[in-house]
Design a protein around this ligand. Structure first.
Ligand code: TYM
Length: 331
């Protein structure tokens, strides 16, 4: 089973990224044939950015992934812009298998385009086609992601099907893997919105590398409701989110968490969630600094990953090009 996923090197990685995606990457790395993980810098250029900062964030994200337990012996970890097949295949798919109407329906494009104060780039509109190219260039069977990527994955499946119908069987139609618990970690201050780096209130987002004291403060000030019972309910999004977080980080079911905190106050529950999250992130934080300090080693790991990635993507994209009647015919 071939596994592929991508993560943006923008902003700082938060608890939602960690629970929804990174922990899945680590769990799956030995099952992949191979498992391929890509730091998607080409996606990051579709909104305003600073080139020097992009490189810094790329190293940050790579070091977080390694500190979380990705092992370049077990998986392929690489930088998207090192493998030109991604950009080439984007155009091949955009030209023949991607409808303008489908791209126009993407929620994330709508959300992100209203946030852009200056230019809404054509690249932001094309973002899901690049994402489809990432996955299809490796004929991935399975794509581990959080819930917010579901619509992009549906489109990637549609694009693969459209291409295959027109040019003959070429690409694997990928399945997604969205975790049952933790697929959508919500903002602590505004629990009707998913946790993200671009949230209006910085107190709502917990970062993977955040100082334990700051993490504790954020959980203590998390928005809850006027009730007092620690149980999940539609009108209790804040408490429901905290129950889900504690379930994942402590390896207990959500029912068990509710039972364990029966009769307890919100205050002591929030402190318990904070402590469990701090312990959960501690090993990553401990390993991060040393890994991040050695940029040459990070470059070496990414370079070796890119070579392995190219060896897989090259022939797959060449076959697509040939079926489309492009370039010198393949004998
Ligand atoms: P990105 O970088 O925004 O997010 C990386 C991963 O984190 C998940 N995630 C969450 N999971 C749970 N709760 C949250 N609050 C939360 N916020 C983010 C995302 O679902 C994602 O899995 N477009 C992708 C990157 C990408 C990609 C790909 C993914 C590019 N090419 C190919 C899969 C396959 C993105 O923006 O992820």
């Amino acid at each position: 089973m071939r596994i592929f996923s991508g993560i943006q090197p923008t902003g700082r990685k938060h608890l939602g990224n960690y629970i929804g995606a990174i922990s899945q990457y680590v769990d799956l790395q030995e099952q992949g044939d191979p498992a391929i993980y890509c730091v998607v810098d080409l996606h990051a250029i579709t909104v305003k950015y600073d080139p020097a900062e992009l490189r810094e964030r790329l190293y940050d994200t790579t070091a977080i992934l390694l500190a979380s337990g990705l092992d370049p012996e077990d998986c392929i970890l690489f930088r998207q812009s090192d493998v030109p097949e991604h950009t080439e295949l984007t155009w091949l798919l955009a030209g023949t298998a991607t409808s303008h109407g489908d791209l126009n329906r993407m929620h994330q494009f709508k959300e992100k385009s209203v946030k852009q104060r200056e230019l809404v780039s054509a690249g932001l509109f094309f973002y899901p086609a690049l994402m489809a190219a990432d996955i299809l260039a490796y004929n991935a069977d399975l794509v581990p992601v959080g819930d917010d990527q579901r619509q992009h994955l549906e489109l990637a499946r549609q694009i693969a099907t459209n291409f295959n119908n027109r040019f003959g069987d070429t690409f694997t139609v990928p399945e997604w893997r969205i975790p049952e618990v933790g697929a959508r970690i919500m903002d602590l201050k505004n629990p009707d919105q998913k946790m993200s780096t671009t949230s209006d209130n910085p107190a709502g987002t917990v970062y993977v590398l955040e100082d334990p004291k700051a993490i504790e403060k954020k959980f203590k000030s998390a928005t809850t409701d006027s009730g007092s019972e620690v149980r999940r309910a539609l009108d209790k999004p804040g408490i429901s989110n905290l129950i889900e977080i504690l379930s994942v980080v402590s390896g207990r079911s959500m029912e068990q968490v509710e039972a364990d905190f029966e009769g307890q106050q919100y205050g002591s529950f929030k402190v318990a969630v904070a402590e469990a999250v701090i312990e959960y992130l501690r090993p990553v934080q401990e390993k991060y600094s040393e890994l991040r300090a050695d940029e040459a080693a990070l470059e070496a790991a990414l370079g070796a990953g890119a070579e392995k990635a190219s060896a897989i993507a090259g022939p797959i994209v060449a076959a697509a090009r040939d079926k489309m009647g492009l370039g010198r015919p393949v004998a």
